[in-house]
Ligand binder design. Structure first.
Ligand code: DHB
Ligand code: FE
Length: 311
């Protein structure tokens, strides 16, 4: 039986990819960002998943505004890097896992989630940057360490799916993976966020308090997060903060109780608050500990304050 063993949340800032591609990772600005992923790369090497499902959003790279699927599952054998304006990133072509992807599509669609099946797709920074952060720099002639099933979510044009819908889709993906006959250890990524706004009068907005409460609740009380309406993401985390709903797909695909094994948060990278978390399904015994120390959300306190708006 296949199983989802862990979830990874990670921002996917395109400038992080550019820093890697242009060998700027030792500059102090970028070193601060990359230093937060050293332990994560060790964790990934130790964990050695057989497959990763990467929940991300396409930024009008593979899909133009002509066609915007809400949930698009990559079922192809491979996914080349997209040209986002400076040529495709110099990273390996992403190998897919068509058998597991087709199985997930069948199970999830029969579970009444209307996924779009994608048999040809390029992948942009939303997917390749988190892969780099967790697996390190890879040249085009190398390979990513595991096959990847991309799940592209619309968060670029209104209306994106609700956080609750994302969380429930995660649960359907968990069920799908667990009914796949091969013994595969699967890691699921939720990418994007955290707070950021790229344009308009509030460009540069960062709200660390909101981000940290989101990370706390992602571990301890994700159901609370599923009740956050779109307008609150927009108001508190900026227009692009809505990317955070994708982390709820990852969380929904895990057990109710998880162990937070790693967290990193730094501000800024480009326009964005970089958040990162690694959650493993709770081991026997640790669930009690998680129960003893519930985290209180102070959304009311987070509601009005933004701590950085670039003018
Ligand atoms: C930035 C962040 C993103 O998540 C993105 O998709 C594009 C740009 C930024 O920080 O500039
Ligand atoms: Fe983005």
């Amino acid at each position: 039986m296949a199983k989802i063993i862990a979830g990874v949340g990670s921002s996917h800032v395109p400038a992080i990819g550019a820093a890697l591609d242009n060998n700027r990772t030792e500059e102090p600005y970028w070193k601060r960002v990359f230093s937060g992923f050293v332990k994560s790369q060790e964790w990934m090497e130790k964990t050695k998943p057989d497959v990763a499902i990467v929940v991300y959003n396409d930024h009008a790279s593979a899909f133009s505004v002509d066609l915007i699927p809400t949930f698009a599952l990559g079922c192809a054998a491979e996914f080349p890097p997209a040209d986002e304006g400076w040529g495709p990133r110099p990273v390996p072509v992403v190998q897919g896992h068509p058998a597991l992807a087709a199985h997930i599509a069948q199970s999830v669609i029969l579970d009444e989630f209307d996924l779009t099946i994608v048999n040809k797709m390029e992948v942009d920074h939303g997917l390749t940057v988190p892969l780099n952060l967790l697996c390190g720099k890879r040249n085009p002639d190398e390979k990513w360490p595991f096959p990847v099933i991309p799940l592209a979510v619309n968060v670029v044009m209104y209306p994106p799916p609700t956080g609750h819908r994302c969380y429930m889709l995660g649960k359907a993906i968990k069920k799908a993976v667990e009914s796949f006959p091969d013994d595969l250890n699967v890691v699921i990524f939720g990418t994007g966020g955290l707070s950021h706004q790229i344009s308009g009068p509030r460009a540069g907005l960062i709200n660390s308090k909101w981000d940290k409460a989101f990370l706390d609740n992602l571990s301890k009380d994700p159901v609370k997060l599923t009740k956050i309406p779109h307008i609150d993401y927009m108001r508190e985390a900026g227009a692009e903060g809505i990317e955070m709903v994708m982390w709820l797909i990852m969380r929904g695909a895990l057990e109710n109780k998880v162990d937070e094994v790693y967290r990193f948060y730094t501000v800024p990278a480009s326009n964005t608050a970089v958040g990162h978390i690694i959650l493993e399904n709770a081991k026997r015994g640790s669930a009690r500990k998680a129960k003893r120390a519930p985290t209180k959300v102070r959304r009311a306190a987070a509601r009005t304050k933004v701590d950085r708006v670039r003018s």
